[in-house]
Ligand binder design. Structure first.
Ligand SMILES: [Zn+2]
Length: 117
């Protein structure tokens, strides 16, 4: 695991950018509801673009504050620059995607050890 893998980039956002996010997050968002047929969470329709923007800004607030911000990681693969939110229970996810970088890393590890399987 290279030095890029540990922790999130750690840069604090510009206060002016945070003010924009906070202002948008204070707006009227989509109205949540329970679908009577499926029992799943949904939004009352129609949902406007402005409401979606508010929902996105609120997600930004939730993602870029504790505890989520401590789980923002850079992919451990040396040739990948993706940043992801580690939602694994133990919080030790190493790659942006197991199907992509995780498998490539495992194949490379087998090859480096001379495994023939
Ligand atoms: Zn990756």
């Amino acid at each position: 695991m290279g030095e890029r893998a540990a922790g999130h980039p750690g840069r604090r956002p510009d206060p002016a950018d945070l003010a924009v996010v906070n202002e948008i997050a204070a707006g009227r968002g989509p109205v949540p509801r329970i679908d009577p047929v499926t029992g799943t969470a949904t939004w009352r329709r129609p949902v406007t673009a402005g409401q979606l923007t508010v929902a996105f800004a609120r997600d930004v607030v939730g993602t870029f504050t504790e505890p989520a911000i401590s789980r923002i990681r850079m992919c451990a693969a040396g040739n990948c620059y993706l940043i992801y939110l580690d939602t694994s229970r133990p919080g030790n996810r190493r790659w942006c995607s197991m199907q992509r970088c995780g498998n490539r890393s495992k194949v490379r590890g087998h090859r480096d050890r001379g495994d023939k399987s």
